[in-house]
Design a protein around this ligand. Structure first.
Ligand code: ZN
Length: 284
């Protein structure tokens, strides 16, 4: 088995009424946790890397590690470029073996967003890679990407239909009230807007900023057409907190094979819970 595009994975989720969880990974250990949990639970999963993660780990390393994981567990895995903004950067990474990309031009005016996305779609489809794009804009922070609340805006359902038609994208990230990072207060999702988008658009829809959104709300979103749920912040917190606790109680520990174990176990718990939330277990 090997690294595949997310097109068929998301179409299956759409057909069968579940969502594929997309987990942000950063290094060998975080890939191992997601892959082994997916294999154990029989869940399709997407391994997502932001530009910052690609800089940190190196694209060639990421591709090789994810490929090795897919082969070890004999499952198809998607390695996905999360929130990439530069077409040349995406091209280089697709040529390096990645078959799924998000081109995020959501900060651009409508026509400019369409033009940028269309160009990436043309290249990626020729290479057998799938493309996600965003219309509307989430608030909050994801790596270098910071959007203050004043600039965040929700997806317009009619514009979404035009956007999908004119770009040819495989999946659409919607802004319906979630934000990146941690929520200071419980988010209020605009379910009516999501239902209206679903009526206008027939490709898989993507929910960003799902860390901290109550499970009942995510499930409702899945019922309304969300086929991919992104989780980043909650994984980082679980991993870091467990490592801090271990090092706090073992101040002399210096062996990564020891202090990474509780961090991986804590992250695995969150990954398993999100797989259950997305109802993707047993769907592989
Ligand atoms: Zn996002």
């Amino acid at each position: 088995m090997y690294l595949i595009s997310s097109h068929e994975m998301l179409k299956d989720a759409q057909r069968r009424g579940y969502a594929v969880p997309a987990f942000n990974i950063h290094n060998l250990e975080t890939v191992q946790v997601v892959a082994r949990t997916a294999a154990r639970m029989g869940s399709p999963v997407i391994l997502a890397g932001t530009p910052g993660t690609c800089r940190h780990a190196g694209v060639e390393y990421l591709v090789s590690i994810c490929q090795a994981a897919a082969q070890q567990y004999r499952i198809p895995l998607v390695l996905h470029l999360d929130h990439h903004e530069d077409e040349q950067d995406i091209r280089r990474k697709v040529e390096a073996g990645i078959h799924s990309a998000m081109i995020d031009a959501s900060h651009c005016p409508f026509e400019e967003n369409i033009a940028k996305v269309r160009s990436v779609v043309t290249f990626c489809h020729r290479m057998g890679a799938s493309v996600e794009a965003e219309l509307g804009q989430l608030g909050g922070q994801e790596d270098d990407l910071v959007v203050d609340a004043g600039h965040a805006h929700l997806t317009d359902p009619l514009k979404a239909a035009e956007f999908v038609l004119r770009t040819g994208i495989d999946s659409l990230a919607v802004a319906i009230g979630t934000a990146h990072g941690l929520y200071k207060e419980e988010p209020h999702l605009d379910f009516a807007r999501l239902a209206a988008i679903r009526q206008q658009v027939d490709i898989p829809l993507v929910l960003h900023g799902a860390s901290g959104v109550p499970e009942v709300d995510v499930r409702r979103c899945i019922g309304l057409g969300i086929c991919k749920v992104n989780v980043a912040t909650e994984l980082k917190i679980a991993f870091a907190d467990a490592m801090k606790a271990f090092l706090g109680s073992h101040p002399d520990a210096s062996d990564p094979r020891q202090y990474l174990v509780p961090a991986m176990a804590a992250m695995e718990e969150v990954v398993a819970a999100k797989i259950c939330m997305c109802m993707s277990d047993g769907k592989l």
